[in-house]
Structures are given as C-alpha cells and as structure tokens.
Design a protein around this ligand. Structure first.
Ligand code: SF4
Ligand code: SF4
Length: 108
C-alpha cells in the first residue's frame, strides 16, 4: 500500500474481527469496497484482513449486531510515531505534489 511508504502492511495490526455470536447476518459489512469480507453459508468471514484500510472502521459503525471490533487505536498511533510513518507519508505527498506542479507548468 503506497500510503504506508514501504512499511509492510502485514506488520500493521488493523483489521476487523467478527464476534459470530453477535452477528445478525444483516450483510452491512459487505458494503466494504475492499473485499475484506466474504459471505459464506454461516455469514460473513474476514477473508482478506490486510485489504482493510488502516484506521477505517466504517463496517463496525454500520454493523447492526455490534459484532465487529478493531484493535486499540492508540496502538496504531504509537506504531505510526515509532516508525515515523506520518513523516514518510508527508514527504511522499510533497514529492507527488511538486511533480504534478512541475508537469502542469511544462504543459503550459
Ligand atoms: S474498516 Fe473499512 S476498509 Fe476495513 S473492512 Fe471495514 S469498511 Fe472495509
Ligand atoms: S454487519 Fe455485523 S451483524 Fe451484519 S453481517 Fe456483518 S458482522 Fe454480521
């Protein structure tokens, strides 16, 4: 994921967990556009956890059974701080913006 600027997604503990005892099989989690969930005869499963967008918790907010949970957000904040991920993201954004500006100047 480019947004992590090289940091391995698999090392970021951020994806949904379903409590199947609470799941009412409403299907709201299937609105996720990242193919994280897969529908089975027993209801949804988290099929591709690392497709989940880091920091997103939309499906948990939509879940009618209150069955979806995520890791502690503070752990995520700590990881970003420790690994300097925000700094790298900012640098990358600055590079991309200056490239776009350069290109648009050349096209004029
Ligand atoms: S948190 Fe967002 S990206 Fe992750 S599974 Fe839920 S809706 Fe999809
Ligand atoms: S949104 Fe929640 S209750 Fe509905 S199917 Fe998904 S996990 Fe189950």
């Amino acid at each position: 994921m480019a947004w992590l600027t090289g940091y391995p997604r698999e090392k970021v503990n951020w994806f949904p967990t379903i409590d199947h005892d609470k799941c009412v099989k409403c299907g709201m989690c299937m609105n996720c556009g990242r193919n994280v969930y897969e529908w089975t005869k027993e209801g949804p499963i988290v099929a591709q956890p690392y497709n989940c967008i880091i920091g997103c918790n939309t499906c948990a907010n939509l879940c009618l059974g209150n069955a979806i949970s995520f890791p502690n957000l503070n752990e995520l904040r700590e990881l970003y701080k420790r690994e300097g991920i925000w700094e790298k993201v900012k640098e990358q954004l600055q590079r991309e913006v200056s490239l776009i500006l350069k290109r648009s100047c050349q096209e004029r």
